[in-house]
Write a protein that binds this ligand. Structure first.
Ligand code: GLU
Length: 508
């Protein structure tokens, strides 16, 4: 095996990157960093029909946002480039021909119509057609035709593909770092196309040639590639190259565990399945992204790391550095990991709390200015300090603290019914008159509370009822932080005016 750990993330630019792909990249990244290895980005764009403009840029921007930097590859460079398969086109043909020469692959001239015919014939007989060691002798290829005939067809420009030649009844064995030992009989496998008639390699050929030329030591990828792995292992053997080690990652499942998490689940249940928002230029459809939904990249990384891996303890919060230290392929689960939206929010909540009040306040002040509120930074920072704990996203600051910036315009109906009875307005006026006597200094909030703690029982009033009426008058709702804090931050004048206004407005 190559002594240096070199791993790659090899997406095809066919659309936005699913978070399953992001997790694959993350595991590759963690493994590389842990082993002082290299983490490469290779773009697999040999299938021109599936190419989507903007997808490559999207992939690069996603990883920039997530803070997962590539050591080599598209957008970075390196000594094994180019890293985009469409720019490596000329490399693959020679390798396909090399396999033909070695007797490990063959030319096939069957037209699409002829193959379709075979398929429908098989369907009629309730079987399926496969181009393999059992059928290839009866088809139009360099194994069934004479050497001269094959030569003639090639010279005449007859379109051909090059197919891999699986031997009959051979056991293909390899070890997967997650799945363990795997053994497949070659007679079951179809002779996959390696090189297409349009002069492009297929994924299988390009992937193996590039992994070899780029000295990839470990292939860590999604489980959906496991069925292709016997072919890949066979290709390495056919080329007489040393194969990398393979690790096939379990799927990220729908929240109910029934199948692979899809974009549609995200749309249906209201959570993003893509790192960044994606605008589909064909359908004009916009799919939400973690970034635009207010997630912090550190939270997304932490959440994804734990979808299919844990360190064997109860620990859930890991910095990227800690993940690099603790990650291990052995502890990756064999089973799919259910996506949990509430957990995703929980992670974001945790990471939001780690942000300084100052940095959150900077963003929040801008938002407030845009809403037309002119407030000192100091005030915004204090508000942030008080309500941050109630927020999972920075965008929730407003709903949790609007009352610090504007007086209630109305009183929440249910709370009003429950908390403002006949006589409440009168009682509030008395309380305002008493609170007015308190000195307006830094301690006014504490003093106001101390006064109420004495006043309420002395007048044989219900503590909860009075305090809640005050809150309703000041906040307009049942929500909000501790009353003393509200008194303090709003100040004596504003607090008392709000109570007075409520007493006037609510006529009972
Ligand atoms: N291009 C493949 C994909 O889109 C890469 C699979 C692999 O890592 O081998 O997932």
């Amino acid at each position: 095996m190559n002594s240096k750990v070199r791993v790659r993330f090899a997406p095809s630019p066919t659309g936005p990157l699913h978070i399953g792909g992001v997790r694959t990249a993350l595991y590759n990244y963690l493994f590389a960093k842990q082993n002082n290895g290299d983490f490469l980005l290779r773009i697999e764009d040999t299938d021109q029909t599936r190419f989507v403009p903007g997808a490559e840029e999207y992939i690069i921007e996603s990883f920039k946002w997530l803070g997962l930097n590539f050591d080599e590859g598209v957008g970075v460079g390196g000594e094994y480039g180019p890293y985009k398969q469409s720019e490596r086109k000329s490399i693959y043909k020679d390798y396909a021909l090399l396999l033909v020469e070695k007797g490990k692959a063959y030319y096939a001239f069957d037209s699409a119509e002829e193959l379709a015919e075979k398929r429908s014939e098989a369907e009629k007989n309730k079987t399926t057609f496969q181009y393999d060691c059992n059928t290839r002798q009866g088809l139009k290829n360099s194994l069934s035709l004479s050497k001269e005939e094959t030569q003639r067809l090639i010279e005449e420009g007859e379109p051909f593909v090059i197919r891999f030649k699986f031997e009959q009844n051979e056991q293909i064995e390899f070890d997967d770092l997650i799945r363990g030992h795997i053994s497949v009989n070659s007679s079951l496998l179809d002779d996959k196309v390696l090189y297409k008639s349009d002069g492009m390699p297929t994924y299988h050929l390009a992937n193996i040639v590039d992994d070899h030329l780029m000295k990839i030591s470990h292939v860590i990828r999604g489980e959906e590639w496991l069925p292709s792995c016997p072919l890949h292992v066979s290709l390495y053997r056919a080329f007489e190259w040393e194969a990398p080690l393979f690790a096939h990652l379990p799927l990220i499942l729908k929240p109910d565990g029934k199948g692979k998490l899809s974009k549609r689940d995200g749309d249906r249940l209201g959570f993003p399945v893509f790192p960044l928002e994606w605008h589909d230029s064909k359908t004009n459809e916009i799919s939400s992204g973690y970034r635009e939904s207010g997630y912090l990249p550190e939270a997304v990384v932490n959440m994804l790391a734990l979808l299919g891996w844990n360190d064997g303890t109860e620990q859930e919060l890991f910095s990227l550095q800690e993940l690099v230290e603790k990650f291990s392929i052995e502890r990756i689960s064999k089973h799919g990991a259910k996506f949990d939206m509430e957990k995703a929010k929980w992670f974001n909540h945790q990471y939001l709390q780690k942000l300084s009040n100052n940095s959150l306040a900077q963003g929040y002040q801008k938002e407030l200015e845009a809403k037309g509120y002119e407030v000192s930074f100091d005030f915004v920072e204090k508000v942030v300090e008080l309500v941050k704990e109630r927020c999972s996203f920075a965008k929730e600051l407003w709903q949790n603290s609007d009352y610090f910036f504007e007086r209630p315009t109305q009183y929440e109906e249910k709370a009003l019914k429950k908390r403002w009875k006949e006589g409440t307005s009168q009682r509030m006026n008395d309380i305002v008159a008493e609170l007015n006597k308190i000195e307006d200094d830094a301690l006014w909030g504490e003093k106001a509370e101390a006064f109420l703690m004495e006043y309420i029982p002395k007048n044989e009033l219900n503590m909860g009822q009075i305090m809640n009426s005050i809150r309703l008058a000041i906040v307009g709702d049942t929500k909000g932080v501790n009353m003393v804090e509200i008194f303090k931050l709003l100040g004596k004048k504003e607090s008392l005016e709000r109570i007075q206004i409520a007493s006037e407005k609510i006529n009972l």
